[in-house]
Ligand binder design. Structure first.
Ligand SMILES: Cc1cc2nc3c(=O)[nH]c(=O)nc-3n(C[C@H](O)[C@H](O)[C@H](O)COP(=O)(O)OP(=O)(O)OC[C@H]3O[C@@H](n4cnc5c(N)ncnc54)[C@H](O)[C@@H]3O)c2cc1C
Length: 330
């Protein structure tokens, strides 16, 4: 079968990759976006879809979910090819024609003239509870995050953890769940002071120096067994959901095999968002440069810069400057 060679392939469909993909369409580039997750939106859709965001320009307040929906609508205007649920494993530039060849964990091959790495913190997976007894209950009451508030209405919820996510979920679920209990292995929280204060005056039951041992139930969570970590005294709580917040582990080790220079697990880029490999650009949380901020707003700008300069790489006669979208008839 003939190779289908794209102009630009963006690896990563977080806010940076999605907005970059829109610009590729605006520049008339044949664009493909690949993400290992099953949904568009990167960290925003995976970690905080129900939270409100206050620092996206033009939106005084927008939920993570709505931002992802709007980005998708903007992106799909130019019909890029979206490949979800595929993790890019290898990236090699063919010396014969400078086409980049990628392979994914699904065994598929993808071909492109230029690449934008919008990998965020890499393909990330939640850090799991060490007890394997929890595994059969994943999605059946054991959750590593909250993607929608709806299933928790009127239910008993145990939140495990003491960081920002744990406290945020406890406070968001408190008004809609029948009861929220929070267990934390220490007596100090790593969360924002304002969240800690809100927690203390909320109806959330706080159990310090406690940890989750296991869950029990018939096909779904019905009980959570917790223990006091000094005395090891156990307590069994009737429970419908357990939400664990141990953070995420990201994998970026593959980048070295792709020939990409790394600086403290970030990709150094110049002002054109070029990496050390000609034709490979990078943008968003994955990059480092003087003045770098890990924000949605900066990712948008970097994604636009990366894609516009990739256009000049593919065709040196083109300008990087895209012109004004307001002068287009779309
Ligand atoms: C709880 C929380 C709250 C936040 N709140 C705010 C806020 O209020 N305002 C703000 O500006 N920022 C906020 N942020 C930060 C913001 O979400 C990030 O800056 C933003 O998501 C970065 O976008 P990105 O597209 O660069 O990376 P990401 O969103 O991380 O997306 C990267 C994508 O690349 C994919 N990927 C990685 N490696 C591969 C691979 N090998 N193959 C295929 N796909 C791959 C990943 O699956 C992921 O979908 C928050 C972050 C968190 C965790």
């Amino acid at each position: 079968m003939a190779e289908d060679i794209f102009d630009v392939t963006i690896i990563g469909a977080g806010p940076t990759g999605m907005f970059g993909g829109f610009y590729a369409g605006l520049r008339g580039m044949k664009c493909k976006i690949i993400d290992s997750m099953e949904a568009l939106g990167g960290q925003v859709s995976a970690m905080y879809p129900e939270k409100d965001i206050f620092d996206v320009a033009g939106f005084p307040r927008i939920s993570g979910k709505k931002l992802c929906q709007d980005l998708e609508e903007q992106l799909m205007r130019f019909h890029p090819l979206i490949i979800l649920g595929e993790k890019v494993l290898t990236l090699v530039k063919r010396p014969t024609d400078n086409v980049f060849e990628m392979t994914t964990d699904k065994g598929n091959k993808h071909f492109t003239k230029a690449v934008v790495l919008a990998l965020g913190m890499g393909s990330f997976t939640p850090k799991k509870h060490p007890n394997p007894e929890l595994v059969p209950y994943e999605g059946k009451g054991v959750n590593y995050g909250v993607l929608s508030l709806e299933p928790f209405k009127g239910k008993r919820v145990l939140i495990v953890g003491g960081g920002d996510s744990a406290l945020d979920w406890a406070l968001m679920l408190e008004p809609i769940a029948s009861k929220v209990t929070l267990v934390h292995r220490r007596d100090e929280f790593r969360a924002h002071e304002s969240s800690v204060q809100k927690l203390k005056v909320s109806k959330v039951e706080i159990k310090l120096w406690h940890e989750l041992k296991t869950v029990k139930g018939n096909g779904k969570v019905e009980e959570a067994v917790i223990y006091e970590n000094h005395t090891m005294a156990e307590e069994t709580l009737p429970m419908d959901f357990v939400v664990l917040n141990f953070g995420f582990q990201a994998s970026l080790s593959f980048l070295k095999d792709w020939g990409i220079n790394l600086e403290k697990n970030k990709i150094p880029v110049n002002p054109k968002m070029e990496t050390n490999v000609p034709g490979i650009y990078a943008a968003g949380d994955i990059v480092t440069h003087p003045g770098k901020l890990d924000l949605i707003a900066t990712g948008f700008a970097e994604g636009a810069i990366a894609v516009n300069f990739s256009k000049t790489y593919i065709n040196p006669g083109e300008k990087a400057e895209p012109g004004h979208s307001s002068s287009l008839k779309l």
